[in-house]
Design a protein around this ligand. Structure first.
Ligand SMILES: Nc1ncnc2c1ncn2[C@@H]1O[C@H](COP(=O)(O)OP(=O)(O)OP(=O)(O)O)[C@@H](O)[C@H]1O
Ligand SMILES: [Mg+2]
Length: 714
């Protein structure tokens, strides 16, 4: 093939020479002696450069050139009279080269050692003649002499001949070989032979002892004997083992890898089942997203995969696997180290990851939809690629994103509000800041009112930009406490029975609180209020007062539909308001009675558009009656067993096990209020709260906080 191309170039050059000659001399072939010498020396120059002595010159080539030149110039000596002394120089130089090459050939004794004197002289002569007597040198010498002595150096003919000879001497072939289309790849050696196939897409390859160097994550290609059309497959080296003194590698083949190379072939294949390395693969990001292969014991809800990647992954990482062409997403919840025994003493260590199914992402609905089947064993697992940003509905709010991805976690605000939401997590994890942000989102709805039950003063100054009001004005609260005190004393005196006076007082308390609540709900200018406790030490009084408030609020919701409003009751530090029964303090009966009232709201509230937002550190000390009614749960980091048991029931054991490992601002979300009804780990964005006005901050420092210990004992 290459020789063929070189011949074509030679013929092209010969035609070009003929054209030049015809252009200047008017005939196709030379008629005069000088013309013959010039024409034939240039023709021989290009023929020898391109065809005969393309790679190297042998003494026989030198001899052949010498004979040809002597035969050409001897009969026309008289026609070359202009050369003068140069004729003899040329003649004897050519003759000398011919003789020396004959001597070199004659002296060479193949049966004698290389360093024998005879062979040494032969080699010396050979080196000399091939260097100074190559046909390039000899014909060029002849051509130059003839040209200088016979052709006008100022003529165009001279110029053309000069350029032509320079072009031939520089070897046009070398230029042509630099054109990429003509570059012929050197045949590559294979790296090894296929000896086994696992689940159709992973091939086991036994490496040759002598092979090009390879490493894990190199791309390879091969033809597989079982393929009918013997097309070339591309793969990725995943693993290597040393077993019984043999080196094996595992090669993964996948549609995604084939797509990168798109039928491009890098090696010449003489044999099937021989694997070749792809030395300069196409640029691609395959290794940026490849995580590993599906392992045994994967189920529809939880996949297990052998981690085999250049990329680091962590719990919460979103992964994608293709099942029958559909992209199914999973979230990493666990990593386990394993050891596999290959044969007797040989062992290999590896990591198995576990990930739970989130489902197929529906861009249209902005949620995950469960997929009802498992991936094939050895299917490749990838880091999830970014998705187009879905539209967020008016009643929806993006509470965060799945870690390391742009998949949003979307909350349906109305359901989250009316079907009760719990925000859990140990201290300092960001529950309150998250809840306050959520409250701000709830309040964007014109018909939503929020009442924060804040016994621990957490919200003091935090909502100043929203101008919160006290739901029960101070003077009414004080009067109510006095009345409750009076009632308690009277009832105590009267064998725990009410008399007319106490009944009248009760009615008065109810009327006052009822009116305050109604005022708040009816007033279109107030959307947020704080239910605080006056600084009193009568614990049972506090419980009674709070109970009045909840009862009446619920009564208004039932009777008056809260005047067209949706009401959210925020229970901050919920153990202070709805303690679990065995954590309830001294005033058991009163506490139980308050709890029952709130439980009523938890059970039926959604029917009347009253919802709870329960914020708690631990589930252990918060009423389960209320917590179990929370249809949406967002849990930040939790360590204690009661919480993890409770949340395992809600989220599933696998994902609940990640609770202690959640990072700052990470949480698990699940429930009715979320668009995707599958538990998932997500990351809360940085929340910037509006700064409280300066004077309020100062006030907070100066004024001593009320003693909350007693209230906590509720
Ligand atoms: N999403 C967030 N954006 C910005 N800062 C945050 C975020 N989450 C938490 N923080 C920071 O962490 C601190 C603690 O948050 P926060 O008060 O909400 O915790 P908490 O869970 O309510 O704790 P506790 O149970 O003790 O009340 C905040 O003051 C804030 O600085
Ligand atoms: Mg808090």
């Amino acid at each position: 093939m290459t020789k063929g191309i070189r011949l074509i170039i030679f013929i092209t050059l010969a035609v070009l020479l003929t054209v030049i000659y015809w252009f200047f001399k008017g005939t196709v072939l030379p008629q005069d002696t000088i013309g013959i010498v010039i024409f034939s020396s240039l023709l021989m120059l290009s023929f020898n450069t391109l065809v005969l002595e393309h790679y190297f010159t042998k003494p026989t080539d030198v001899l052949a050139a010498s004979i040809a030149i002597l035969l050409l110039i001897t009969p026309i000596k008289k026609d070359l009279v202009n050369l003068g002394a140069w004729y003899n120089t040329l003649f004897f130089f050519t003759l000398g080269l011919g003789i020396l090459s004959v001597v070199s050939l004659a002296l060479f004794a193949p049966n004698k050692p290389e360093d024998a004197t005879q062979n040494k002289i032969s080699k010396l002569l050979k080196d000399f003649v091939v260097r100074f007597g190559s046909s390039k040198v000899q014909f060029f010498f002849l051509f130059v002499l003839t040209m200088f002595f016979y052709i006008d150096s100022k003529s165009q003919y001279f110029l053309f001949l000069f350029i032509y000879s320079a072009f031939v001497l520089l070897d046009p072939w070398k230029f042509i070989m630099k054109i990429p289309a003509f570059v012929k790849q050197k045949p590559q050696e294979g790296i090894g032979q296929i000896f086994g196939v696992q689940s159709k897409n992973t091939f086991l390859v036994k490496l040759y002892d002598k092979r090009p160097s390879i490493k894990i994550f190199d791309f390879v290609e091969f033809k597989y004997s079982m393929d009918e059309n013997k097309s070339v497959r591309t793969g990725l080296i995943l693993d290597n083992y040393l077993l019984n003194q043999e080196q094996w590698v595992k090669v993964l083949v996948s549609d995604e890898i084939s797509k990168i190379f798109e039928n491009k072939i890098y090696n010449t294949f003489n044999d099937v089942n021989v694997v070749f390395k792809i030395t300069n693969p196409e640029n691609n990001n395959y290794l940026e997203k490849f995580v590993g292969l599906i392992d045994e014991n994967s189920t529809i809800s939880t996949i297990r995969f052998v981690y085999n990647s250049k990329k680091e992954i962590f719990d919460g990482q979103l992964l994608e696997v293709f099942i029958r062409g559909k992209k199914v997403l999973y979230q990493v919840i666990q990593g386990i180290t394993k050891i596999e025994t290959l044969e007797q003493k040989n062992e290999t260590g590896y990591i198995v990851g576990e990930a739970i199914q989130l489902g197929i992402w529906s861009l249209e609905n902005g949620n995950f939809e469960k997929y009802g089947w498992v991936p094939f064993i050895n299917s490749p697992v990838y880091i999830a690629s970014p998705i187009p940003v879905p539209a967020i509905g008016e009643n929806e709010y993006e509470i965060g994103k799945i870690p390391n991805s742009n998949y949003p976690v979307i909350l349906k605000k109305d359901i989250a509000l009316t079907h009760h939401t719990a925000i859990l997590g140990v201290t300092g994890t960001g529950k309150s800041i998250f809840a306050r942000n959520l409250i701000r989102q709830y309040l964007k709805d014109p018909n939503t009112k929020v009442i924060c039950i804040d016994f621990t003063d957490e919200y003091n100054g935090k909502f100043s930009d929203l101008n919160p009001i006290k739901v029960i004005p101070d003077e009414i609260a004080e009067q109510a406490f006095k009345d409750i005190d009076f009632i308690e004393k009277e009832v105590g005196k009267n064998y725990n029975k009410d008399n007319d006076a106490t009944l009248a007082k009760r009615k008065q308390v109810a009327i006052n609180i009822h009116k305050s609540i109604c005022d708040f709900l009816k007033n279109p200018d107030t959307k947020l209020s704080i239910f605080e406790l006056p600084d009193v030490s009568n614990t049972s009084g506090i419980l009674e007062y709070t109970k009045y408030f909840f009862k009446l609020l619920f009564h208004i919701a039932k009777k008056d539909k809260s005047f067209g409003n949706r009401v959210c009751l925020v229970l901050e530090e919920a153990h202070t308001v709805i303690p679990e029964w065995n954590f309830a303090g001294i005033a058991d009966k009163a506490s139980q009675s308050l709890l029952n009232t709130i439980a009523q709201i938890a059970l039926q509230g959604r029917k009347f558009n009253v919802g709870l937002l329960v914020i708690a550190q631990r589930t252990a000390n918060v009423s389960k009656t209320v917590l179990t009614q929370c249809n949406t749960i967002i849990s930040f980091q939790e360590f204690d067993k009661t919480s993890s048991d409770f949340l395992a029931n809600y989220f599933g054991q696998g994902i609940a096990d990640t609770l202690p490992n959640l990072k700052f601002r990470q949480a698990i979300a699940a429930g009715k209020g979320l668009k995707s009804n599958v538990p998932m780990i997500f990351e809360v964005p940085h929340i910037d709260e509006p700064e409280p006005p300066k004077n309020e901050v100062e006030e907070k420092i100066i004024i001593e906080k009320p003693d909350t210990n007693e209230k906590n004992a509720l």
